[in-house]
Write a protein that binds this ligand. Structure first.
Ligand code: ZN
Ligand code: ZN
Length: 269
């Protein structure tokens, strides 16, 4: 017993997809823990009872429990997730919940699946666009959730809104609690492994806002970081004049552009 050493993937079973942990897609409904150790390959040999720091005693000696790597990984994922900025109503939702109702949905879901399974071996991000209510934000947060939960990578969700720019602007105001934090915020957004930029393209009025966005997009392009944009705007038409087309050409280079239009899914609920 207890021959499991370190968190080598091959030591976990097919039931948990060789990850050692299980994703609970009903967690958000039932209020349960979203991630747990695999009941088939990890839990049976656990001797610590899931108590931190995951050690047990045998013949008077303290030993590391075989569950420890997986439990530490779950703790790390949870901590990344807590700081990801994903809206409560979209938290811990997985790809099986994205309903396909037309060809656009099908293509978008396929692209999402391909990203989730091939990460980090993917050459481009995604630009999801279409009319409101088609599930663009939902799908983008699903991809973010799946990638964080599977690969334990850092990820952030940012909504482009007046609020976002207001916050960024206040970093330049002396006396504001955010004063001086602009470069820190910008660096974080440029360096995070996965970034979702939600509602891209609404900020059309100020040159400063356009420049800020262009710099962010450009920084992620240069660092070859994975980025998902969602937008109500057809990139071919709407963004031609945005920053003299510079943002558009960057996005075209760094993303697959996928339309996800159709009836408003929110109406049915
Ligand atoms: Zn397993
Ligand atoms: Zn244990």
């Amino acid at each position: 017993m207890n021959s499991t050493k370190n968190g080598k993937k091959s030591e976990y079973c097919a039931y948990c997809n060789h990850e050692g942990l299980i994703k609970n897609s009903e967690a958000y409904v039932l209020g349960e823990e979203p991630l747990s150790v695999c009941p088939k390959c990890v839990k049976p040999s656990c001797r610590c009872g899931g108590e931190e720091p995951y050690f047990y005693t045998e013949e008077g000696k303290i030993k590391q429990c075989s569950c420890r790597d997986v439990r530490l990984r779950i703790a790390k994922i949870n901590s990344i997730y807590k700081n990801s900025g994903i809206d409560k109503k979209f938290q811990w939702r997985f790809l099986n919940e994205f309903n396909v109702r037309n060809k656009n949905d099908e293509r978008a879901k396929k692209a999402a699946y391909s990203i989730i399974t091939r990460f980090p071996n993917i050459d481009r991000g995604l630009y999801l666009w279409g009319n409101p209510g088609t599930g663009k934000t939902f799908l983008s947060t699903i991809i973010l959730t799946e990638l964080i939960a599977t690969h334990c990578v850092s990820g952030k969700f940012m909504k482009i809104s007046r609020n976002f720019f207001g916050k960024l602007r206040s970093t330049f105001v002396e006396g504001s609690s955010m004063y001086g934090m602009a470069s820190q915020i910008e660096r974080e957004l440029a360096e995070v492994d996965i970034l979702v930029v939600d509602d891209f393209g609404i900020q059309r009025d100020s040159a400063w806002e356009q420049e800020t966005l262009y710099n962010l997009v450009d920084a992620r392009y240069e660092a070859e970081k994975f980025t998902i944009f969602t937008s109500n705007l057809d990139p071919g038409i709407a963004m031609k004049d945005l920053s003299e087309g510079r943002i558009l050409s960057r996005i075209k280079e760094m993303c697959y552009i996928i339309e996800i239009s159709g009836p408003d899914k929110r109406v049915e609920k």
